[in-house]
Design a protein around this ligand. Sequence first.
Ligand SMILES: [Zn+2]
Ligand SMILES: [Zn+2]
Length: 320
Amino acid sequence: MTTDSPDSPDPTPTGSPPHDPAKKQASPPLLLRWLGLPKEAEVGAVMPVLVVACATVAPPLWEHVRTTFTDHTVVFWGTFFVSNGFYWGYSALMALLDLAEFPRALWRFKIQPAKKPTLAQYRKASARALLLQVVVNLPLIVLLDRYLCQWSGRNILAEELPSPLELVKHLLVFAVIEEVGFYYGHRLLHSPRLYRLIHKKHHEFTAPIGVAATYAHPIEHLLSNLLPLIIGPLVMGSHILVFWAWITIAQFTTINSHCGFYFPGFPTPLAHDYHHQVFNANYGVLGILDGLHGTRGNFLRWQESWLSGVHVSETGKPRE
Ligand SMILES: [Zn+2]
Ligand SMILES: [Zn+2]
């Protein structure tokens, strides 16, 4: 079973994950070891590759979009497509890996290998994700299209693309707002009453799967998942391409954090996977506020032991 129904927000007060007899089968991220770099250098090597790819295709694509579609189509349908398309595309790939075990070789990177996701869990999480996209995301996109995009007084559809420096500056501001908003909102959701009423649903998955990243109460989805995400672009009056880049990064990050695998070169999902195991540690996204408030529990010790676990190849023989 990968889901539990925890009755309390603090079922394991010591911050220790449940014993997992198959833990030693888990394989740590290998990219940095292949490159001979210390694990502290782990920054998600896949991210710069994605950034370069996006920067290459963005200018011609944007010119085509601006000359082909109306402003309404760009803001409404563009945002709808970007915010939902990536989510389902990435989740579909993870479903293939989780349910069909394809490609099998990637299962060596499973964080909790004893807990294999089931089709029933995928159905449940997918139905909830679809529901929230219709009843929460869609009305928010309507508001963005009709009112919020004009709020800053800046032309978010400008033909001139933002400079790389502006892109980085805006993304840094967004990341700070996201870390602060998500961390404190998440901690609030772990207060006994709010946990019971709202956040308990998200924690039904003690070994999360990618599509369950938004498996949550609608109030949590709106206030904790979406608001910290869109406040930054609204405050900064960001170009819509910067906004789309940000929500794509956010989808990538949250699905990666919930997917249950630590792939080489990807940002580490261990902190949030640990949160789903023990409930009372790692409330933030970047780990900065968790470090500041001392809310990492026994995570660093667990991470160290996970990273130094025995590497086992598909044949069951040690790989190194
Ligand atoms: Zn989660
Ligand atoms: Zn939580």
